[in-house]
Design a protein around this ligand. Structure first.
Ligand code: NAD
Length: 331
């Protein structure tokens, strides 16, 4: 295992909207970073957010929080991109994606001008496509351009299973892989509770999951829509997911998290960013786990990759040529 590199832990957040600032708040209250830089095209907003957070410092571990320009990236280990345009009335998803691709194409060179080797953590949607764009535009090695991927979806899956069995969600292990969106795959074949396979667990407590599987899948896949219907956006849980990824990097934890990363032949999938369980540490993504899946799960993963690759292949610098499938991206 590599050494702990937590001596000087600096995160810069590009995009200080609801997601960016919920994350900054989580970093501050958890003491996960020693320095936080805030960048937004709305400079006054970033400044106001820095002031607001700074006023809480007497109650948390020391942290320097400042707003500014891209020069803040100079000595950052992690640069998080949570900037994004919102859908305008009448705008299609494809138009929004094109706009967000062009935003990322502008932001990434600004970061790279001040820092040649950050870890870029993409959160903006559609996260898999934008991660691919950031990877191509930055020229960074794939292990250093990662996304929050399906970490949030995995949290939702574990939470729902934990509710079903009335067990602490930290003892429920399972993964959601593939696209952060409609084609994501719940890996039922690998679910275990405290090391006991789901099948054995069901037998032991005489409570079968089978009649409820579809409902749980639907709730994981549609969770964001349900939240957005009620409060317009999702930001707390994703902020916790981002904080978890940040801790894994700064403390070189080699934690297994379903971050998004470039596929390099896993399950025969190449040249597309999607999520698989990955060991995350100070260098970004380490080992990518591609252990055997059930036949239907592997098929669904390949389908997810096909959907993403159709979009990503055309997105890079040639965003204008992008053709998207009908898949929705979730928040
Ligand atoms: P928001 O509208 O509250 O904030 C977006 C911020 O980005 C704004 O402050 C805006 O000024 C800034 N911005 C826009 N263009 C910029 C640019 N070129 N440079 C710098 N800043 C720029 O949105 P939000 O709710 O914080 O969501 C942010 C993104 O995160 C969205 O794309 C959303 O879909 C995504 N999201 C992803 C997940 C996930 O699981 N990956 C979950 C929730 C939200």
């Amino acid at each position: 295992m590599q050494k702990n590199t937590n001596r000087h832990s600096k995160v810069v957040i590009v995009g200080t909207g609801m997601v960016g600032m919920s994350y900054a708040y989580a970093l501050t209250t958890k003491g996960s970073a020693r320095e936080i830089g805030l960048i937004d095209q709305n400079k006054a907003r970033a400044e106001g957010e820095a002031m607001d957070l700074n006023h809480g410092l007497p109650f948390v571990k020391p942290v320097d929080i400042q707003a500014g320009g891209y020069e803040l990236c100079k000595d950052a280990q992690i640069v998080v991109i949570a900037a994004g345009a919102n859908q305008k009335p009448g705008e299609t998803r494809l138009d929004l994606t094109r706009r967000n691709v062009s935003i990322i194409e502008k932001i990434v060179p600004e970061i790279m001008a001040f820092n040649p080797d950050p870890i870029i953590l993409m959160v903006s949607n559609p996260v898999d496509i934008l991660t691919y764009v950031a990877l191509k535009v930055s020229g960074l090695p794939p292990e250093r351009v990662i996304s929050s991927g399906t970490v949030l979806d995995t949290m939702r899956f574990r939470y729902l299973l934990s509710r079903f069995y009335n067990i602490d969600s930290r003892n429920v292990h399972g993964y959601v892989i593939g696209e952060h969106g409609d084609s994501e795959v719940m890996v039922w074949s690998r679910v275990n509770i405290a090391g006991i396979s789901l099948m054995d667990w069901c037998k032991a407590c005489s409570k079968s999951i089978h009649p409820h599987k579809q409902e749980i899948e639907d709730n994981v896949r549609n969770a964001a829509y349900h939240v957005i219907e009620k409060k317009d956006a999702t930001y707390y849980a994703i902020a916790m997911a981002m904080n978890r990824i940040t801790e894994a990097v700064f403390q070189n934890q080699q934690s297994v998290l379903t971050v998004g990363t470039l596929m390099r032949g896993e399950y025969g999938i190449k040249d597309v960013c999607l999520s698989l369980p990955c060991a995350v540490g100070s260098g970004g993504v380490g080992h990518v786990f591609s252990n055997p899946l059930a036949e239907n799960e592997e098929k669904a993963l390949r389908n997810s990759a096909r959907i993403l690759s159709r979009s990503s292949r055309c997105s890079g610098r040639a965003a204008r040529l992008m053709t998207l499938s009908g898949s929705r991206t979730v928040s």
